[in-house]
Every structure is written in structure tokens, then in C-alpha cells.
Design a protein around this ligand. Structure first.
Ligand SMILES: [Zn+2]
Length: 426
């Protein structure tokens, strides 16, 4: 079965490689592999891909105790949310080894870090073009091949960022009443602060993705700090969801570039989700302001479909959505979770959904992992298909190659800082 999938992927690659970056209005067509197998069944990634071992909860039990969500024992395994950004000196050695190997194999481009001042977009050093294919900053609206920006026509691809927070359960209740499922891109420190609200979202079947540990501008960070922001959040979600390994992340402020997204993908198997429509709810002064902004989108063209940026931060953001929801349907949109319409509908790397079983050892095969496939492409990712419109792969230095690093379950403690929760949109 693995071989069969590799062949299928090889056929898909020429289509996916067709476009080039940068582009601000990618309209790459749909590339379906409608027969994508569901778990349990086929594993697409090689067993020694880092993410298999970095986050492994082998069924029925990998021998590691996972305390109940919300208990002191559960929080004790993670950086203190009140103490600062994650200290990269406390990063598990296995994560660093995975990063170093990816760097040595040329998979992590050496893009300079940015600087930023409040209320401005991050800035690259003089002479570095954020729109160049070597950098391709999402802040500057450059679309990196394989990243998710658009939805299929007529789809309202929903997501809510920055939770869990006190307003989250009200949103969850509303979604449940209307039989809706959404994607929550969650902040690691907020999961520690609001475990009850976290469980309200997860237990209701909503899809949980990574929104970093303390919500920084990711392109301002060193490779190690990027590693800490993503890794701790993945580990916390894994430990809090019955062992599910997140598949998707969204960069705070939409700030990512080829270096950052390559660390996410090559080390952790995370795929990047941006957006094409910003509700600006985080800055709204009233629910009606959110309604007005979203109304502008849902009364407009249905192609491409909408990938909405919304937040679960306040009564304004949640209330605005709840008020405008009937109009979304009345205007003929199909409401879906952005993770649900992405790719093969598989929400986690090792589970199809929040309720399906977790594979004992593997993660879903959403990377080019077979050496036979790798020989046919230089794409950085996206060897699988998408019902979302993704930016299309282009050439890069990246090839998928198995690693043979030994891993261990991280147990280090570190220190973090809870930073701002709101999202600034560039
Ligand atoms: Zn955010």
C-alpha cells in the first residue's frame, strides 16, 4: 500500500509543480486524490521521519503517563506560561537534533531574521527582498508553494485563532447548536491557562491546530526559537488530545517565510494555513463592525472560496460571527472547517479526526517521504492534493530523506511568557 501511494504521489507531482512563486493571486486548480486512504491503513511517511518519534503515543499505551488535562501534573511537563518565551536552552535534544539534520541537508533556507516594531510589519535587512522566492514572506503576501490561502468556490472555510479563551465555550455552543465544525488554531500558553475551554472545543469535535506558544512574529525568531514555539505547542496538544499530532499551524499575524515554514514542515510535519479574508474582528469596536466586514466578503464573488481569519478572543469577535452566520448560509456559502476541506480531510498527522482512532506508530503520509518519490521532485511539500487552493510547489533545495535519529520523549521544563493575544494583520 505504501508503494501504491508513492506511485500516486509521483503522478500528482507534475501538476503541483506547475506554478511558480511569488504570486499574490494564486488560482491553481484543484488536484484531487479522492481515494486518499483513511487511517488506520496506509502510512505515507517513513517510520523514521522525525515526527513519528518526536510525538508518539503508541496505542494502546506507549508507556508514558499522560496526566489528565488541567491537572498540575499535566502542566508540569511544560514551560511556565507566566515566565516568558520558551527558553531555547530547555528544548529537548531530540528536537534540536531534528532541526540540525534538516539544516545540514539543506532543507532549511538561511533567510535572515526580521526585525519589527509595534504595529508595523517585520522588516528584512537591506537588500533582502521579501517577495523573492528565496524568502517569500507571507506578511508581504508572497505565497509559498503548498501553503493554504484559498478555499474552493462557494466554501466558507472557517477558523478561529488565539484560543482557548473564556469566550470559546460560547462559540462552541453556538457551533454545536448549528451542527457546525470549525478549526481552532490555539496558543500553547492559553491551553495551559484555559484547560476547561480547551476541552470544550476538542471534546465537541472541533479541529485543533498550532498557533505557537506565545504568539510572536515568527520571522523575527532564530531557528531554535521557532523550534521552541512550535514544538512545545505540538507537544501540549498531543498530550491533551489522546496523542493526536497536529497537522496544521497558522503563524501569528500571518508572519511566516520560507525558513520558518520549512522548520515547521521538515522538523514537525506541520503545514501552514494563512487566509485570504480578514474579518478584522480583533480590532472591531462592536459585533456589528465584524458583521459588516464579513458581509462584504459573503456578498462578493464565490471564487475563490473564503478562508476567513476570525478569533475567539472576545464577545465582540464571537458575537459578530454568531450574528452574521445566518447571512453566510443565506448567501449560499457552504460552511466548513478549514482543516476539513484541506487536502484529504485528515485533521491530524496520526488521526483522521478528533474522534477517530490514533494510529499506534505512524503519522499520515502528507510529506514526500519515499526515496523513489523524492527522486522525482524538488518540491518542499504538498505532494498530496488539496480541495483547498494552495500555492503550488516550486523548485527548492529540499528533498525528502529519511533520518535515523534516535528520539526520546521530552521532559525538560522551561520558561515562557504569555505575550499579547490579539492578532495584527499586515
Ligand atoms: Zn493570532
Amino acid at each position: 500500500m505504501l508503494f501504491a501511494k508513492a506511485v500516486a504521489l509521483a503522478f500528482a507531482l507534475p501538476v503541483l509543480r506547475a506554478a511558480v512563486v511569488p504570486t499574490t493571486h494564486e488560482t491553481h486548480g484543484h488536484d484531487h486524490i479522492d481515494d486518499m486512504p483513511k487511517l488506520p491503513g496506509v502510512w505515507y511517511q517513513e517510520p523514521n521521519h522525525p515526527v513519528h518519534s518526536l510525538f508518539r503515543r503508541a496505542a494502546p499505551d506507549d508507556g508514558t503517563p499522560y496526566p489528565a488535562v488541567g491537572t498540575p501534573e499535566w502542566a508540569a511537563g511544560f514551560p511556565n506560561p507566566a515566565a516568558g518565551v520558551p527558553d531555547h536552552n530547555t528544548i529537548p535534544a531530540s528536537w534540536i537534533a531534528a532541526l540540525n539534520e534538516a539544516v545540514s541537508e539543506g532543507k532549511i533556507p538561511n533567510v535572515p531574521v526580521t526585525t519589527n516594531t509595534p504595529n508595523t510589519s517585520p522588516v528584512y535587512p537591506t537588500g533582502v527582498d521579501p517577495m523573492s522566492p528565496q524568502v517569500c514572506s507571507a506578511t508581504y503576501r508572497c505565497r509559498i508553494p503548498g501553503d493554504i490561502w484559498d478555499a474552493p468556490p462557494g466554501i466558507y472555510a472557517s477558523s478561529f485563532d488565539d484560543g482557548p479563551l473564556p469566550p470559546t465555550p460560547q462559540l462552541v455552543d453556538f457551533l454545536g447548536t448549528n451542527s457546525l465544525t470549525t478549526s481552532f488554531f490555539m496558543i500553547g500558553t492559553n491551553i495551559l491557562y484555559y484547560p476547561t475551554q480547551f476541552l470544550a472545543a476538542f471534546n465537541a469535535g472541533h479541529h485543533i491546530g498550532v498557533h505557537t506558544w506565545t504568539h510572536p512574529y515568527m520571522t523575527t525568531l532564530s531557528n531554535l526559537d521557532v523550534l521552541a514555539q512550535l514544538g512545545w505547542t505540538m507537544q501540549l496538544i498531543h498530550n491533551s488530545t489522546g496523542g493526536r499530532v497536529p497537522r496544521y499551524w497558522r503563524p501569528p499575524y500571518g508572519d511566516s517565510d520560507l525558513r520558518v515554514r520549512s522548520i515547521a514542515l521538515e522538523v514537525f510535519g506541520l503545514e501552514t494555513v494563512i487566509w485570504n479574508s480578514d474579518s478584522s474582528d480583533w480590532s472591531a469596536n462592536s459585533p456589528q463592525q465584524v458583521v459588516d466586514t464579513i458581509t462584504g466578503y459573503i456578498t462578493g464573488p464565490k471564487t475563490p472560496g473564503l478562508v476567513l481569519l476570525e478569533h475567539t478572543n472576545s464577545a465582540i469577535t464571537v458575537g459578530g460571527f454568531m450574528t452574521v452566520y445566518p447571512a453566510i448560509i443565506a448567501n449560499g456559502w457552504a460552511f466548513r472547517s478549514v482543516m476539513d476541506v484541506a487536502n484529504d480531510d485528515t485533521i491530524y498527522q496520526n488521526a483522521n479526526s478528533s474522534t477517530s482512532s490514533v494510529t499506534p506508530m505512524g503519522v499520515l503520509p502528507h510529506l514526500v517521504s519515499s526515496s523513489s518519490v523524492a527522486s522525482t521532485t524538488t518540491a518542499t511539500s504538498a505532494t498530496f492534493t488539496s480541495s483547498l487552493r494552495r500555492a503550488s510547489p516550486t523548485s527548492s533545495t529540499s528533498t525528502k530523506k529519511s533520518s535515523a535519529i534516535s528520539w526520546h520523549v521530552p521532559s525538560a521544563l522551561g520558561l515562557v511568557l504569555l505575550s499579547g493575544l490579539s492578532v495584527l494583520i499586515s
